[in-house]
Design a protein around this ligand. Structure first.
Ligand code: ZN
Length: 180
């Protein structure tokens, strides 16, 4: 009877203490890392033509592209590591994107490999950087290609989160890991 009365009067405090205790235990054993997103931005010039397109983009023309690459990861917490507090070194991310993308696409003429050879006659003489790709080189398809090129070179501690490719001042395409 006394026990029941005690619980009736102080039960809510008892329950609150239980919740606080369980929360403390959970936080002690499960300490999730804080995920931070890191972004590097790149500029490159590229020419392309869209095979079979019904409009001016069927002819060779160029854009000043702006590529934004965002990766996500937790900052290093090892106090002895030279990478302490870093998700990925900005210079490493820059090198990965430069080696995988910029080196190949900057000042290149990018064409769908299905372009008839008759239309390509003489093109090598005007373009020393001709890149034939197995897709239509739209902003969208370039992003799909770029995603694979970057993913294979990222450290295992980071994930590719988001890419944005701006083709003109008013047009861009985006890729998000969450959508795919
Ligand atoms: Zn274009």
């Amino acid at each position: 009877m006394i026990k029941r009365r005690f619980y009736y009067e102080y039960g809510h405090i008892y329950t609150t203490l239980q919740i606080i205790f369980l929360y403390s235990i959970t936080q002690h054993f499960y300490n999730p890392m804080t995920v931070i997103r890191i972004t590097k931005e790149f500029d490159f010039e590229m020419a392309h033509a869209l095979l079979g397109y019904n409009g001016p983009c069927k002819d060779i023309h160029g854009h000043s592209y702006k590529l934004s690459v965002t990766v996500a990861g937790a900052p290093v917490t090892d106090q002895t590591s030279p990478e302490l507090g870093i998700v990925i070194d900005f210079s490493l991310l820059k090198k990965i994107v430069k080696d995988a993308i910029i080196e190949h696409f900057d000042h290149a003429l990018v064409l769908n490999k299905n372009f008839p050879q008759t239309q390509l006659a003489g093109i090598h003489s005007i373009s020393g950087r001709l890149l034939m790709v197995d897709y239509q080189p739209t902003c969208e398809n370039l992003l799909i290609d770029f995603v694979e090129r970057i993913k294979t070179n990222l450290p295992l501690t980071t994930n590719l989160h988001h890419l944005k490719l701006r083709e003109t001042s008013s047009s861009y395409a985006e890729w998000f890991a969450n959508d795919n």
